[in-house]
Design a protein. Structure first.
Ligand SMILES: Nc1ncnc2c1ncn2[C@@H]1O[C@H](COP(=O)(O)OP(=O)(O)OP(=O)(O)O)[C@@H](O)[C@H]1O
Ligand SMILES: [Mg+2]
Length: 275
């Protein structure tokens, strides 16, 4: 069965996109047939993988996830329904996974489709026909629970929560997990928590941070799901984004090690359910 993993957090800038893209690249290295779907109107994952010119050309010529969700400019211009195969970029350069890029049109999808029926099921309906082509589908979500994230939760088998180890983020994790699970149920789906990942951690020793990190790991509600290790904030990670590469192409052994460990644990977790 195809595993569909949504990367979610209501907080912005916590490393969702960074982990989602690198996890998809990791899955390719492990010979998993992998699709990345970008449902964030900020289009960060799409721009990282395709570059601005590549994304623009693709969005103009082939369309984006916005077409699948019923709000694409492209669809309006062409006057015909796009399907998943139409808008897909196959075997992306430097990464190897297939990509369905996002579009800024998604920023207003909640308003544009305000009166539409079953709007959060449109993405699922569009992806189901190609789901069998993949072992793993990764979905990069925006930092909110609006229609794009709900569309992911309507068919995700799992979700991953990257989080910073600071006081406010720590408080938010339990609320977020509850909210995601409630939303899943409302949508007739029950995505399982595949891991909470401590991300953008500082390498400088800090007693306060260490205390918060320990509290996160020992939390009675979700502590058992916090993955071992953490992703430290490193310049090389940002450089990889700019160079349109995954962290795994970096010469920084610490960064490669940290991302390899996190991705391996997530992949093991989502595959465990198949046994
Ligand atoms: N381990 C890391 N080391 C250095 N920089 C990082 C690391 N992880 C993420 N960043 C940087 O932090 C910024 C935010 O990361 P990212 O875009 O992955 O967060 P996000 O949760 O997806 O944000 P948003 O909520 O806006 O979608 C980016 O500039 C990214 O390059
Ligand atoms: Mg992001």
């Amino acid at each position: 069965m195809t595993k569909v993993v949504a990367f979610v957090n209501l907080k912005g800038g916590v490393g969702k996109t960074t982990l989602a893209v690198n996890f998809a690249a990791f899955c390719v290295q492990k010979k998993e047939r992998t699709l990345l779907i970008d449902v964030d109107p900020q289009t960060n994952a799409s721009l990282w993988v395709m570059g601005f010119d590549g994304w623009e050309a693709h969005a103009d010529k082939k369309g984006t996830v916005a077409d699948l969700m019923g709000v694409g400019n492209h669809k309006k211009a062409q006057g015909k329904e796009k399907n998943a195969a139409d808008v897909l970029a196959a075997k992306t350069q430097n990464f190897g996974f297939d990509l369905i890029p996002s579009h800024l049109d998604l920023f207003t999808i909640d308003f544009d489709l305000a009166s539409a029926q079953k709007k959060v099921e449109k993405l699922k309906e569009a992806i189901v026909p190609i789901l069998g082509n993949y072992d793993v589908v990764v979905i990069d979500c925006p930092p909110n629970l609006t229609v794009p994230t709900q569309s992911a939760l309507a068919f995700a088998t799992h979700f991953v929560v990257p989080t910073a180890a600071d006081f406010l983020s720590a408080i938010g994790i339990a609320l977020l997990i509850n909210r995601v699970q409630e939303k899943g149920k409302e949508l007739d789906n029950s995505p399982a928590l595949a891991g909470v990942v401590i991300s953008k951690a500082t390498s400088r020793p800090s007693a306060v941070r260490e205390k918060i990190e320990n509290a996160i790991r020992k939390n009675p509600n979700f502590g058992a799901h916090v993955l071992e290790g953490k992703l430290v904030e490193r310049t090389t990670v940002m450089d990889c984004t700019q160079n349109r590469r995954s962290v795994f192409s970096s010469k920084n052994r610490a960064a490669v090690h940290e991302f390899t460990m996190a991705c391996k644990l997530i992949l093991d977790e989502i595959q465990e359910d198949a046994l």
